[in-house]
Design a protein around this ligand. Sequence first.
Ligand code: ADP
Ligand code: MG
Length: 326
Amino acid sequence: MGEFDLIRRYFQRPARRAALGVGDDCALLAPAPGMQLAISCDMLVEGRHFFADVRPRLLGHKALAVNLSDLAASGARPLAFTLAISLPRADETWIGEFAAGLLELADQHDCELIGGDTTGGPLNISITVFGEVPSGQALLRSGAQPGDEIWVSGHLGDARLALVALQGHIRLPAALLEQARQRLETPTPRVALGLALRGIASSALDVSDGLLGDLGHILELSRVGATVDSRLALPLMAAAAYPATASWRLEAELQQQCTLAGGDDYELCFTAPAARHAAVLAAGAASNTPVTCIGRIEAQAGLRVIGADGALLQPHWKSFDHFDAD
Ligand code: ADP
Ligand code: MG
């Protein structure tokens, strides 16, 4: 099967919202009046972001999910995306499964595939998403103010726990591994929460590299500091509720590291004025997303973390960085 048959068969569908979709030199997309386009691009590379033997259906899901997560963090509604993919071979079973996982999540968010590029080469997937947000209402990293509360959505740390287990560093009970692995392989982009937080959150981002490191981006761009209470953050790891067995228990140090510095969760971390506490809870309820307040923005620069004993913690681990020497 040649390149063009492959595209027609697996990636071309009738355009819906777009004025022109797959098949021409460019797709055409008209932003609605009064809206800004929100655009983001994320690349997944074999061996870096996923294992070579990952199920293609899950990979299709994750490739789009991590991009939708960026729209969620901006408070933007998904519109469309492009897919650039390089494939070692035209394995139709693989491509069919990949497309199924990708397009299933796309349909859930009414986000249409409007174009892309297909080449041979090492497995590599790059998606660009387009969303819309009323002009001036996008959630930015730069808006946090002293006194604001710091919130996170859902669970934190389970994706990293799965990664550490799959890499063979620790052993997990089978049921827990399965649960954690789902968080790693099929993350849920918090799109509905992002939309519900428009006009409420003062800043937001999605946690892809680890809570403390990602929160650090908000602090830097907002020129503020913060205190995070790990006693509020640590229970957010779903595995923390998992009962110890004779041969396994969740080590405190590992739990801390996964929750505070583990990546790949794609939860939202955001700030909001303390006076909007009830509004944040209502946004969480309206979007069916748990939200938890874990700290405060302060004028004093730097990030302080309160440990389990109430004293300041000195974490020696950091968030993930592709070009970090250690
Ligand atoms: P060009 O050579 O003009 O860049 P291509 O031959 O690469 O165009 O692609 C033909 C059409 O198929 C274009 O509309 C392009 O957007 C679309 N396309 C190519 N690969 C993909 C893909 N993986 N998913 C969706 N659309 C694709
Ligand atoms: Mg091309």
